[in-house]
Design a protein around this ligand. Structure first.
Ligand code: ADP
Ligand code: MG
Length: 918
């Protein structure tokens, strides 16, 4: 029925329409579903949905069979206020296939009733689950804590949807009708379920790219040096398992295979199409692919968003066609992909090298570098499972690939070469989960280019992109390396060896000098080379000569040959006192060298494989073939420093896996209503540039989040200041309020520890005359003693909100001894942040100073995290200093600045719920 077509994008939205909640998601069959809030124009499509429902579905939804909605029902369902009533619809191929709605329950603002309708043919595809996630996220952001649903006892499908979504249900049955109560809270179970659903559908949608049954190469060329020629030849030469169809209207045969003028002329079905035609033809060719029913595209052609506005526009059109047709696309502007699985043998890239099969998956953002990477990997004998050059990432992103590799049995290690993050928050969430199962190693370019940005607060000037990348990787457990060489060094260790369970390393060598280098390198990487126990030394002595050193490093001296290496390796690998073993070998002459290398390999491979083993073969002609990692199941390095670096990364990763992640704190004493009111009022007067909140609003918001602020009052006269001091009863502080003074004390605008009318009068005059533009004076209770720390937040355009902690005061910018994390943080991360700051040891009590209330600092960090989650208008915040009293006495924020800017849209989603685009 053509009248039921609904549009995916809303160009002329009704008032209150929360456009930022529109979202695309991938379905299990690779198709794309758009989820968006309902609009009045959806009425005919909704009517059709109800009309076409099966008797049973209709009965489940309305408790009777209903074929048509009355006009007033239709109006009530589609004309909503997006607050007390809300509905999301799901659109597949321009057709409305599902609705999830809630209606507030009149006398209970924290509850709402929900109902779902899914078109019969679309049931079982995960659409109901997506709608549940979406509407509960929305409700949560509005402060709705629980849903009620009325379900007929035999509506098992809906019950399963709720359960699959991870919600803990409580239900009561009355006359065959269940009342199900569902908390909207984003519990760990809900997050896990959401992650699982996303993983399954994304991975399934990418299958046509990695496991196509048939391929078309559009732009296959007879010219062997052209890209279209090289790509086609690679596919053929690698013995792809299915048929390959060359498409080229200008020639009739490529490599003895007849061509087709267009993909639509191909008689068989086509799963995957490579597109190597000039940019101007790409859109047409992709439309033809959509008509043909192609499932996956690899667009090699360049000339899109990388070349400016016109290209970016063409890229948007490209994505639109791809999504509407339910295809997935790698590129454009990429060098292709490959899959070494012998079940498929897909060499779909135009470089000269097909690397050996192995367990390392890799994605590269740079095409040229991708070629170099394949070259190196092959040279170093690192086997590849799948490789993808992602290009402009217009559809398939690095995050999508991570989801594919998460459950890919052929992949044990994931390598990423990154230039930018599409959606860092999604990356953090996905990478953290995958990192628990397989290591992710990333080179992020641009480490040195990052400079501190000009900013108007301490926090702002401390943050730079690179700190954000580091924070992101640290939290997500991603192993960060600086160079491609390091990437491969770490990969060769992690792809072949078990993770070290500790930092104790044994070193075996046949020469003293290199052993010293190795020990230095290990120790500078924070690893230990412990003295061996007497028993172990005695055991080594039984077969080593008297001149040998057996304490660790074990120097078997130049005479050591295959037999000594073999026994020493076996003995050390069996010893509990070390976690990893490095065997160094310097061939003194050609005689016996291959035999020794073979002995090292055999001894290492004969062990039970529970200990991490590395070899270092120092010789200008490189690592001998006996130790090459294609043959040996352990890494071989030409220098001990590289082995030490790789081992340290492996140790850190192992420690990250063992470390508990902690929990995001949930506070039940936060007054969100007040905070929201204050923020809404402040936003009403704000332009898009953003402003600093006035002191009263800052006070109100901090207090609402349980962050303690000393008694404070804005005064405009000496008399008012004296009256405030009388009320307080103790010493006070006077600070000038002035738009020109960013740091008030720098210009003499702060008077501390003032008592008595005379002193207050004098201080008032002094601070107001320190600036040209005094707007009043902040009178505040004086907080004596204590440590001073800084808690700040700044929103990075790429990474979202970051939180920073450091010791307060003017030196913080100078020394840069601060810790950053991406928000939100867990309780353990808060504690760890404090541990990361060297000077924070002062809080433990140092040289006669009182210790500080560290638990209260952690509590404050978590409350700030909660505040930032709830109030996305905040984009910079500086609490400096926070005064920290002795343990048990808490913290007090004596100077706070909060910068806000209105958030797009009619009302504001909480940060975690901002739609994650694919
Ligand atoms: P600014 O950062 O603009 O210079 P602050 O309000 O942070 O101004 O004040 C400067 C310093 O004065 C603080 O770092 C702190 O040491 C001290 N101070 C400010 N307010 C108080 C207070 N209420 N009690 C005790 N000391 C304070
Ligand atoms: Mg300050």
């Amino acid at each position: 029925m053509s009248s039921t077509t609904v549009s995916t994008t809303i160009t002329d939205p009704p008032s209150g329409y929360p456009g930022e909640w529109e979202q695309d998601a991938v379905l299990r069959d690779g198709g794309t579903v758009r989820i968006r809030p309902i609009v009045p124009a959806d009425a005919p499509a909704l009517q059709a949905l109800v009309h076409n429902m099966s008797t049973q579905s209709s009965y489940f939804r309305f408790f009777r069979v209903k074929r048509e909605l009355a006009p007033e029902e239709l109006k009530a369902f589609t004309e909503i206020d997006y607050r007390s009533d809300m509905a999301f619809i799901a659109i597949v191929d321009g057709e409305l296939v599902g609705v999830g709605r809630y209606n507030s329950i009149d006398n209970d603002p924290a509850s709402a009733e929900i109902a779902f309708t899914i078109a019969d043919p679309s049931q079982g595809m995960g659409i109901g689950t997506l709608l549940v996630f979406r509407i509960s996220a929305y409700a949560r952001a509005l402060g709705i804590e629980r849903f009620q649903a009325y379900l007929l006892a035999d509506n098992h499908a809906m019950m399963r949807v709720f359960r699959n979504a991870g919600f803990s249900l409580s239900r009561e049955i009355d006359e065959g009708v269940y009342t199900v109560e569902i908390p909207t809270e984003e519990s760990d179970a809900v997050l896990a379920a959401e992650g699982k659903a996303e993983q399954i559908s994304t991975a399934a949608s990418l299958l046509p790219l990695f496991y196509p049954q048939s391929i078309a190469v559009i732009g296959a060329s007879r010219n062997k040096s052209s890209i279209g020629g090289r790509l086609f030849n690679n596919i053929i030469n690698a013995d792809f398992m299915g048929p390959v169809y060359p498409v080229n209207p200008k020639t009739s045969v490529v490599r003895s295979i007849p061509t087709y003028a267009s993909v639509v002329d191909i008689p068989g079905k086509v799963d995957l199409a490579f597109i190597v035609v000039p940019a101007a033809h790409v859109l047409n060719v992709v439309r033809e692919c959509a008509d043909k029913g192609v499932r996956g595209l690899v667009v090699i052609s360049a000339g899109f968003s990388e070349v400016g506005d016109a290209g970016a526009q063409a890229e948007r059109e490209l994505v639109e066609i791809v999504r509407n047709a339910g295809m997935r696309m790698v590129g454009p502007n990429c060098m292709g992909l490959l899959n070494t699985d012998p079940a498929i043998n897909l060499d779909g890239q135009f470089g000269p090298i097909m690397p050996p099969k192995g367990n390392v998956a890799m994605s590269s953002q740079s095409g040229a570098l991708g070629l170099a990477i394949l070259d190196y990997a092959t040279e170093l004998g690192i086997g590849i499972s799948t490789f993808v050059s992602v290009g402009n990432k217009a559809d398939v992103s690095g995050n999508d690939l991570l989801l594919f590799w998460e459950e890919d049995p052929n992949t044990d290690v994931i390598l990423l070469y990154l230039e930018s993050f599409g959606n860092p928050r999604r990356f953090a969430r996905i990478a953290r989960r995958i990192g628990m199962k397989k290591p992710i190693i990333a080179v992020k370019s641009g480490r040195t280019a990052a400079g501190a940005r000009a900013a108007s607060s301490h926090t702002g000037s401390l943050a730079s992109l690179d700190t954000a990348v580091d924070a992101l990787f640290t939290q997500a457990g991603v192993i960060r390396v600086d160079t491609l060489e390091e990437l491969f060094n770490v990969a060769s260790l992690l792809s072949s060896q078990p993770l070290p369970r500790g930092r104790n390393v044994g070193v075996i060598t046949n020469a003293g000098g290199p052993a010293i280098l190795a020990v230095d390198a290990l120790e500078s990487q924070g690893l230990a080379v412990p003295k061996l126990s007497d028993e172990l030394q005695a055991e080594l002595r039984t077969f080593l000569s008297d001149e040998a050193a057996v304490t660790n490093p074990i120097d078997m001296i130049a005479a050591a040959g295959p037999a000594e290496y073999k026994k020493a390796i076996e003995t050390m690998l069996a010893a509990d006192e070390i976690d990893a073993l490095i065997a160094l070998y310097i061939p003194a002459s050609d005689v016996g060298a291959p035999e020794t290398a073979t002995a090292i390999r055999e001894a290492a491979e004969a062990s039970d494989g529970r200990k991490t083993f590395l070899s270092v073969y120092m010789n200008s002609s490189g690592v001998p073939s006996e130790l090459a990692s294609t043959k040996a199941k352990f890494p071989a390095f030409p220098f001990p420093e590289r082995a030490a670096m790789a081992l340290r990364k492996a140790v850190e990763y192992s420690e990250w896996i063992d470390k508990p992640t902690g929990h995001q704190a949930r506070f039940d004493d936060i007054d969100r209503t007040t905070a929201r009111e204050v923020m809404d009022a402040a936003c009403a007067e704000v332009d898009t540039q953003g402003v600093w909140l006035d002191p009263d609003a800052v006070d109100a918001i901090l207090t609402a989040y349980g962050l303690e602020v000393p008694r404070t009052k804005v005064v405009h006269s000496v008399d008012a200041a004296i009256a405030f001091a009388d009320e307080v009863g103790g010493p006070v502080v006077l600070k000038v309020i002035s738009p020109s003074a960013v740091h008030k004390s720098d210009v003499g605008g702060v008077a501390l520890d003032i008592s008595g009318a005379v002193a207050v009068t004098e201080a008032y005059e002094r601070v107001t005359s320190a600036v040209p533009d005094p707007e009043g004076v902040l009178a505040q209770e004086f907080v004596a003693g204590g440590h001073e720390v800084l808690i700040g937040m700044v929103e990075d355009p790429n990474f979202g909100p970051l939180i920073v902690f450091g010791l307060g005061g003017v030196f913080v910018e100078l020394i840069g001894d601060v810790a950053f994390r991406i928000l939100p943080i867990t309780d353990l991360e808060a504690r760890e942040m404090i541990g990361d700051v060297k000077s924070a040891r002062l809080l433990e009590g140092y040289r006669g100073r009182d210790p500080g209330d560290i638990d209260a600092v952690i509590d404050a960090l978590l409350r700030v995290s909660a505040l930032i989650e709830d109030l996305p208008e905040v984009f910079e915040m500086d609490l400096n200093p926070v005064k920290v009293g002795t343990p048990g006495s808490g913290v007090r924020i004596v100077d706070a600045r909060i910068k806000i800017r209105p958030v797009l849209g009619s009302w504001i989603p909480s940060r975690t719920d901002l739609p994650s685009m694919l």
